[in-house]
Write a protein that binds this ligand. Structure first.
Ligand code: ADE
Length: 224
């Protein structure tokens, strides 16, 4: 999968994909992430990419021309399955969306700043608008990083058995059960006996009960 990201602060996107599972995905050639600096696509003086909004009001708007230049230039060499704008008024991102997007070949993400992007870009180029939650970030970059991480780890071959996404919270609509590792006893806190029993059927049953309990306590809204 290839994910291109248009940003006015591409440096913000250096670190999130340079470590751990994202690094492995890129090293294995399963995920390609390219950060494109919007300022390279403006024809305005001093690399300007934003301007005052028509009608007045506080806050700058990202101009249509640099964005369209960047998008159309990238589209010359890539057919994108989705052109996604990260925005607080988009559809709230969830695991189902991550699963769906992880099956695509090419994604283009657009990070907004200031008051957002000129509506004409949204009307003519954007195929999906996504928010990562009901709060406002200073730009779309951190939201883009969240998307790429959540999607990237689901690409077939990225996770191995130990890190399998199948047992993640939300994959079966429930929160994950509690997990333990060595030592069996720390202070007087003991790992539940069932996990040491070797009875895999019973362990799975226990995990499912715990997942249900966890979900009922913390996120009852997820239960039917
Ligand atoms: N840009 C600013 N806030 C955002 C949010 N909550 N989700 C996605 N993009 C954003």
């Amino acid at each position: 999968m290839k994910i291109d990201i248009i940003s006015v602060v591409p440096d913000l996107l250096e670190s999130p994909f340079a470590h751990s599972i994202m690094k492995r995905a890129r090293d294995k050639g399963l995920l390609e992430v390219n950060c494109i600096n919007l300022r390279e696509y403006t024809t305005y003086a001093r690399a300007q990419v934003d301007d005052y909004q028509f009608g007045g009001g506080a806050g700058m708007v990202m101009m249509v021309e640099p964005l369209v230049n960047a998008i159309e230039s990238l589209q010359e060499s890539t057919v994108y399955d989705e052109v996604i704008y990260l925005t607080p008024d988009g559809k709230t991102f969830d695991q189902k969306m991550a699963n769906h997007l992880s099956l695509k070949n090419n994604l283009l993400l657009i990070c907004g700043h200031y008051k957002g992007i000129d509506q004409r870009v949204r009307d003519h180029f954007i195929t999906k608008e996504i928010s990562i939650g009901d709060y406002v970030l200073s730009g779309g970059e951190l939201a883009a990083a969240v998307l790429v991480d959540a999607i990237g780890r689901l690409i077939p071959g990225v996770l191995n058995d130990e890190t399998s996404a199948l047992t993640d919270s939300f994959q079966d609509g429930l929160l994950a059960p509690p997990v333990y590792t060595r030592p069996v006893i720390f202070r007087d806190w003991k790992v539940p006996d069932i996990l040491l029993s070797g009875n895999h059927a019973k362990i799975e049953e226990w995990r499912h009960e715990q997942a249900l309990k966890n979900t009922a306590e913390k996120r009852p809204d997820l239960l039917p």
